[in-house]
Design a protein around this ligand. Structure first.
Ligand SMILES: [Zn+2]
Ligand SMILES: [Zn+2]
Length: 710
């Protein structure tokens, strides 16, 4: 057993274990574990933990059970981490097998750091000065200073292509992550140089920690005179220039020979809009044996532009009159509503898009339609759907219902999962947790289209899963989100980053421009939203139920399947065991039958909330959590009226606080309401626009007419 203090911005005494673990960084953990830290943390790679079965976490205790190796029969190690004493905020840990600090504890910390999002632990890191109070210039300086700091402190290995001169190409490797980036250093000012890292592509600063690291080394290695000599370009290149917008540009030597000058001269120092024209000119020169260096990001830019142009023409044709377009009947096995075909065309045309329609408008069918349309227009053949585990089989059902493409759900051991991703199946459906585990197999596949269902789940940018998901590459992408993102700017930012990592600019500038904060950095509200909406218009489509109400059928059914919590499952199992014991008997007495009914009832109740069975507060219920989420979405819609049935009045008791915390007005009708008062409640719901919800038990509702609900 051991103990260490770790620092934090909030006073230690106020922190729960969950707060503490949320704030735990890699560096702090290294400090906690002492000199063997890196080795101990790497031990985490030796085990594959199942979140549902092996992990327990509450406000005071984290417990991780290690799986038994095959053939082992002794009890497996269990590591617990808790707060030593709430008043001093120190972490303490224990391993049931080892005496001193061991690799099990290391693995437990490594697991916590990796799975913060899944464990519900992630919180954004504390900020030194709220970015919202800085000017544009201060922002840029601060952002560059942060990168300079990392360039100073992180260890990197630099290899020069021509060591005798400063302005040349470098390979820069990070000694911790092992990643290597290509850096072309052409001068000391931001914007002079290029790096292939993701930060450089998106930060609009014209520099990154790799470039700054190389520049610092050059300053020690070369004299001031040597560094003052400007770079003389000798070759012709095409690159993307990252200013406010990414634009395609030529890199030309100062003196261009007559041949090249005739073909490319007039494009010097200009943003290139006409991509087909540029390609013709490049081909022209290459046919004469000239070499033109197209940087990887420029190549990607060109490809995307060409395909977009072609699809854009097709999409414009569909969107002119979706209601009478033949694709409504031909695209899928079911007839599409006009707004659905329009949404499909929009998403396919945008290439990478967010579809944030109100619930129940058919986002899944539109996603399947996008896949079909892209088969026809862009020849795609591999689609990855990433969704919550609970809706995987629902996706397969819908795919079978609406089209004839084959579909697989990822399952099984690591090795067999790897083979599944790589096979020829058109639709591959996996859940968010699998992405992190299987990332190497997933990255090896050339996905044409990636669909994120419930895309707002990638909101937390600190967690590893969200980083991994944002790093996934595909030509096309579609995010389905059930939450109106305008109310949640951080979710919106994350989602759009996946779609187009440059559209909203770097995070520091985005928050500065759209968040209103007080002097302590607390968010008070949002601003410049009209401008934001305009910026998002090309990639985000959101239709409300009201805006398409005339196209909608009178009623649609949607079944949402919800995975119970471990506590609910345990409770359910304990009663099922008793049920099994009774049903195995040869003869059932009256008492047996009564008991059987009782235990079956308990099973059904535990599926709603453990509180219904054991009356122990707070009770565990994934249904209530989902309902809480659902309320967010439903009541953000104007004029939404909801009718909610539950068999149990206790369940209604548990639901009421969810409504009260939102200040929603509702009526409740259960068996305890006298007959003569019932009609009044119905009138209230039917007639008062402010009354949003009708809560009732099955028994209470018979014979009542509640058409106001929608
Ligand atoms: Zn141990
Ligand atoms: Zn870089």
């Amino acid at each position: 057993m051991s103990q260490v203090d770790s620092s934090s911005a909030k006073k230690s005494t106020e922190l729960t274990l969950i707060d503490k673990l949320s704030r735990l960084s890699y560096q702090q953990t290294l400090k906690l574990l002492g000199s063997d830290g890196p080795k101990l943390l790497r031990a985490g790679d030796s085990w594959d933990f199942r979140i549902e079965e092996d992990v327990y976490l509450n406000e005071d205790l984290f417990r991780l059970k290690f799986p038994l190796a095959p053939g082992e029969t002794e009890s497996p190690p269990v590591v617990t981490i808790s707060l030593m004493d709430p008043s001093n905020g120190r972490l303490r840990w224990n391993c049931t097998v080892c005496e001193s600090l061991c690799e099990h504890v290391g693995a437990a910390f490594s697991f916590i750091l990796d799975e913060k999002m899944t464990l519900g632990l992630a919180a954004p890191p504390p900020e030194r000065v709220p970015v919202e109070s800085l000017s544009e210039q201060e922002l840029i300086e601060r952002a560059i200073e942060e990168r300079r700091e990392r360039a100073r402190t992180e260890r990197m290995i630099v290899k020069s292509a021509e060591p005798e001169q400063p302005w040349t190409d470098y390979a820069v490797s990070n000694t911790i992550s092992g990643k290597t980036y290509r850096v072309a250093v052409r001068g000391r000012e931001p914007g002079d140089s290029y790096c292939s890292c993701p930060d450089f592509r998106t930060n609009t600063l014209g520099t990154c920690k790799h470039i700054l690291h190389v520049l610092a080394k050059l300053k020690r290695r070369f004299t001031e005179t040597e560094l003052k000599r400007p770079y003389h370009r000798r070759t012709i290149g095409v690159h993307v220039q990252y200013r406010d917008q990414a634009t395609l540009r030529l890199l030309l030597p100062e003196r261009l020979d007559p041949e090249a000058s005739e073909v490319l001269g007039k494009l010097r120092d200009r943003d290139i809009e006409d991509v087909p024209d540029l390609l013709k000119r490049i081909q022209n020169l290459e046919r004469r044996g000239r070499t033109i260096n197209i940087y990887p990001d420029a190549e990607e830019f060109i490809q995307r532009r060409l395909l977009q142009d072609r699809i854009a023409r097709r999409v414009a044709e569909i969107r002119r009159q979706p209601e009478s377009h033949p694709l409504r009947r031909e695209l899928l096995k079911a007839e599409l509503l006009p707004y659905q075909l329009d949404g499909i065309a929009f998403a396919a045309g945008a290439g990478r898009a967010v579809l944030a329609d109100d619930m129940g408008l058919g986002k899944t069918i539109q996603a399947i339609g996008v896949s079909e349309l892209l088969v026809r227009e862009a020849g795609i053949s591999k689609v990855l759907v990433i969704c919550p585990a609970s809706v995987k089989s629902q996706w397969r059902n819908e795919i079978r219902r609406f089209c004839d493409r084959d579909c697989q759900l990822i399952a099984g051991s690591i090795a067999s999962r790897g083979a599944q991703y790589a096979n020829n199946c058109f639709f591959t459906v996996c859940n968010y947790e699998q992405v992190l585990r299987d990332i190497l197999s997933i990255e090896r596949v050339n996905w044409d289209l990636i669909i994120l269902d419930e895309g707002q789940r990638i909101k937390n940018w600190e967690a590893k899963t969200s980083r991994v998901i944002k790093g996934l590459r595909s030509r096309f992408a579609l995010v389905l989100s059930g939450t109106p993102l305008e109310n949640r700017l951080d979710e919106l930012y994350s989602v759009v980053q996946f779609i187009d990592d440059r559209r909203l600019g770097p995070a520091f500038r985005f928050y500065n421009h759209h968040r209103v904060v007080d002097e302590k950095g607390k968010v008070l509200g949002y601003k410049n939203l009209a401008e934001l909406r305009e910026k998002l218009q090309p990639v985000l489509l959101r239709r409300t139920r009201q805006s398409v109400s005339q196209q909608l059928p009178p009623r649609t059914n949607e079944i949402i399947r919800i995975t119970p919590t471990q506590e609910q499952i345990d409770l359910h199992h304990s009663h099922m065991r008793l049920v099994n014991r009774i049903t195995r008997k040869k003869f059932l007495t009256e008492m047996d039958l009564l008991r059987l009914q009782k235990h079956l009832l308990m099973c059904r109740m535990s599926a709603n909330s453990t509180f219904l069975v054991d009356k122990k507060a707070p009770g565990y219920s994934s249904k209530l959590e989902e309902l809480d989420d659902l309320f967010d979405r439903l009541f953000s819609e104007e004029n939404r009226k909801v009718l909610l049935f539950s068999e149990w009045t206790t369940m209604l008791d548990l639901i009421e606080p969810l409504l009260k915390k939102r200040g929603l007005s509702f009526v409740r009708l259960d068996g305890s309401v006298p007959q003569k008062l019932r009609q009044g409640l119905v009138h209230e719901f039917q007639g008062n626009p402010g009354c949003r919800l009708f809560l009732t038990t099955n028994a209470g509702s018979t014979g009542l007419n509640l058409q106001a609900a929608n």
